[in-house]
Ligand binder design. Sequence first.
Ligand SMILES: NC(=O)c1ccc[n+]([C@@H]2O[C@H](COP(=O)([O-])OP(=O)(O)OC[C@H]3O[C@@H](n4cnc5c(N)ncnc54)[C@H](O)[C@@H]3O)[C@@H](O)[C@H]2O)c1
Length: 250
Amino acid sequence: MGNAKFDFSGKVALITGAAGGIGGVLADLLHDSGADLVLADINLAGVEAKAAELSGSSRTLAVEVNSSDPESIDALVERVRSEFGRLDFLVPAAGIYPEAMIADMPFEDWRRVMSINLDGIFLLTQRLLPLMGEGGAIVNLASVAGHRGSLGHAHYSVAKAGIIALTRNLALEFGARGIRANAVSPGIILTTMTEGIRAEKGDALLAQTPLGRNGEPEETASVIAFLLSDAASFVHGEVIHINGGLFMAG
Ligand SMILES: NC(=O)c1ccc[n+]([C@@H]2O[C@H](COP(=O)([O-])OP(=O)(O)OC[C@H]3O[C@@H](n4cnc5c(N)ncnc54)[C@H](O)[C@@H]3O)[C@@H](O)[C@H]2O)c1
């Protein structure tokens, strides 16, 4: 399950949210496939620990970033430029998933989710694109919530719908430069992010999932790696669902 291998030797990849469940497992996979990595997260200790785990001939750099802070994003971009001079793959996986009904949602909470989950992805991508060229690939993290809504998570759902639209616009604008842009839409994946919803609604969600189980982070990382790879060289502006059938059947 999720143990695909790719040849990414000589490629430089940046993953944000790399201290998290999906980002961390993706770091393992890209490292095992030979890529040099920049692992960024607001949790610096987390990315430093992950970088220390990864040994071998490729380089791994741990950098602190706050996805909601333009200056912090600029500092990360500058770090990529000074250390590697270019970027091949971008996977901005940083995100938060708070809970609130629209009726009770403080505007600050709405803005915070937009800022981290959407504005940060726009800024990071815009500022990194000058470092990317022919053969470059971006894979964004959308969500089933961005397609069909998510009761108690309107801010998250709207930000993820925005990610889907942003991905398609990146594809329109940067395809001519040979940079591909795609997204994945995971359903319920076994990471800390979904602990709350699994405790609250886990049985009901499983009942709506034809495969009858939740996803492992490896099962998202392998699809992201496929989309980054030459195996997906004509896949552009697409969103791939990863949810055991929940979207289709739920
Ligand atoms: N787990 C799922 O079921 C699921 C489903 C759909 C989409 N996603 C998306 O996948 C991505 C990764 O999710 P995950 O399950 O690995 O979550 P996770 O909570 O394990 O990891 C998220 C990471 O983002 C980092 N982060 C939070 N705020 C940040 C900020 N302001 N700046 C920089 N980093 C910040 C956290 O420190 C954490 O390491 C997210 O974008 C999430 O919305 C996850």
